[in-house]
Design a protein around this ligand. Structure first.
Ligand code: MG
Length: 278
């Protein structure tokens, strides 16, 4: 306990120093800061009620980077998985501006939304952030996997070689605006990466959430979330909360002004398996 308090005081001092050395950018009412470590975020957004940090807080501890070697081949698909994209066509998805070529699909304007609806699931997604991307930090590899169209696992180029980094709750593999990954497993832009997500859907009773969603997840084969609670629908600069929705909703992949590539997307709905277990 004593150790913990000491660490907390140290952390506060560090925070003050960082902000005093940082650069302040105006952005509407919110102040965008860059810490002396190159982490960009906001200082004056509401505190997240379940932890001691503010939303998009640049002084939140930055997950340590863990190196994993480049992917040498695409992963296999289990026989009971629903194939959502095999590199050839987007027949499982609503019409979009996304383009299929060379065995992958490239994010265009707007989002990619599945035709089928899902609740509890195991989801595999492979993505590649373009090496040649030149643009603002906020779009650097920005995309995201929106479970049920509401709950985003962020896709971003958070490789530690970059001088500037996004706030921890917005970095790659974060539950966006809520919870950073346990570690940063980003490969360099130009290399294929994978997410394997186990998602349990929220349940609702009398217009209120009765059980929040949870996410357990591997990034490039490394655990980054273990039963992380999802505190509500994804939003920017807001305190997340739930709004009632159906038990199954479409999967969505975000278009965010960066031509991120995707291949080999499959999903295993888990409701049938849960019934068997009972
Ligand atoms: Mg995103």
């Amino acid at each position: 306990m004593v150790k913990c308090i000491k660490h907390s005081v140290k952390g506060r001092l560090f925070t003050v120093i960082c902000i005093s050395l940082g650069v302040v950018f105006p952005l509407g009412a919110a102040k965008l800061l860059e810490t002396s470590d190159g982490v960009v975020g906001y200082s004056d957004i509401a505190k997240l009620p379940w932890c001691s940090y503010r939303k998009h807080d640049p002084t939140r501890p930055v997950p340590v980077h863990v190196y994993v070697p480049p992917e040498t081949k695409t992963s296999g698909r289990p026989s009971d998985a629903i194939l959502l994209f095999d590199g050839k066509d987007l027949s499982q998805w609503e019409q979009s501006q996304w383009k299929v070529e060379n065995g992958y699909v490239t994010a265009g304007s707007g989002n990619l939304v599945s035709k089928q609806f899902f609740g509890d699931c195991q989801l595999h997604v492979e993505f590649c952030i373009p090496q040649e991307y030149k643009g603002p930090l906020f779009n650097r590899g920005n995309s995201g996997v929106f479970l049920m169209g509401h709950y985003e696992v962020q896709i971003f180029d958070s490789h530690p070689d970059h001088k500037q980094q996004f706030y921890p709750d917005g970095q790659c593999a974060a539950i966006y605006g809520e919870t950073p990954p346990l570690v940063n497993v980003c490969r360099k832009a130009g290399q294929w990466q994978s997410y394997d997500i186990v998602f349990t859907a929220p349940t609702f009773k009398e217009g209120k959430v009765s059980k929040p969603a949870t996410i357990t997840m591997l990034h490039n084969g490394v655990l980054v979330h273990l039963n992380s609670v999802v505190h509500g629908a994804t939003g920017h600069m807001n305190v997340p909360g739930y709004k009632t929705h159906n038990a199954e909703m479409p999967l969505m992949i975000q278009g965010h002004s960066c031509p991120v590539r995707f291949r080999n997307i499959w999903i295993r709905p888990l409701s049938g398996l849960k019934k068997l277990k009972l």
